[in-house]
Design a protein around this ligand. Sequence first.
Ligand SMILES: Nc1ncnc2c1ncn2[C@@H]1O[C@H](COP(=O)(O)OP(=O)(O)OP(=O)(O)O)[C@@H](O)[C@H]1O
Ligand SMILES: [Mg+2]
Length: 238
Amino acid sequence: MITVNNVGLRYGSRKLFEDITLKFTPGNCYGLIGANGAGKSTFLKILSGAIEPQSGTVTLTPGERLAVLKQDHFQYDEDIVKSVVMMGHTRLYEVMQEKDALYAKPDFSDEDGIKAAELESEFAEMNGWEAESEAAVLLKGLGIPESLHNRKMNELNGSEKVKVLLAQALFGKPDILLLDEPTNHLDNLAIRWLEDFLINFENTIIVVSHDRHFLNKVCTHIADLDFGKIERTLCRKL
Ligand SMILES: Nc1ncnc2c1ncn2[C@@H]1O[C@H](COP(=O)(O)OP(=O)(O)OP(=O)(O)O)[C@@H](O)[C@H]1O
Ligand SMILES: [Mg+2]
């Protein structure tokens, strides 16, 4: 769960938010809507902690993992597609890297053996053995063929990169998923696949989109950002 308490933010004389108090709870998908420039992207950045609000607080249930659809299409240019997806789960990816580094050591000591055992158990707890196949399933679902999974990001076109970044956000079943305009640059097939994925997702989703049809399909609630306030309404279930 993510709790927003009295959050306020202004840029210069422009008041973006004032006293916003809301809770986003598991099992729900919240569609955040509002006019261009209303502050939807900024609000998601406040939720993810990328921007500090000037007043109020945002708190996550302790131990919960939050994932964000990254907006920088060039951030991972030198990385391998499948790895970029797995980087979505920061700790899992770190453990994979540490393990690989340990096993590659020519002088593997008893101490390294103990460390490796610890890492292996943490890895198993995070479902690490499924990570590669999960990444492949997400990529294929979004329409990235297997022949691209081991390529570098900079070999992909813009639309393919967006799909990889989306797969990264969805990877490893985050507790809270923040998506800013996820359907931009997606073809219809990928949009349909994403709709199904989000409808079946059990945790908390907050999504910004201008695509009303998409929002109608996936959202349980609509949060309308207008004049610095957020009005939340329950969607009629289809
Ligand atoms: N770092 C910043 N400094 C000053 N003003 C900013 C900054 N970031 C955003 N703004 C302004 O805050 C307002 C809200 O921007 P934001 O990108 O959050 O809107 P949005 O609702 O996501 O818009 P869109 O629908 O176009 O994506 C805009 O007027 C924008 O120009
Ligand atoms: Mg925006």
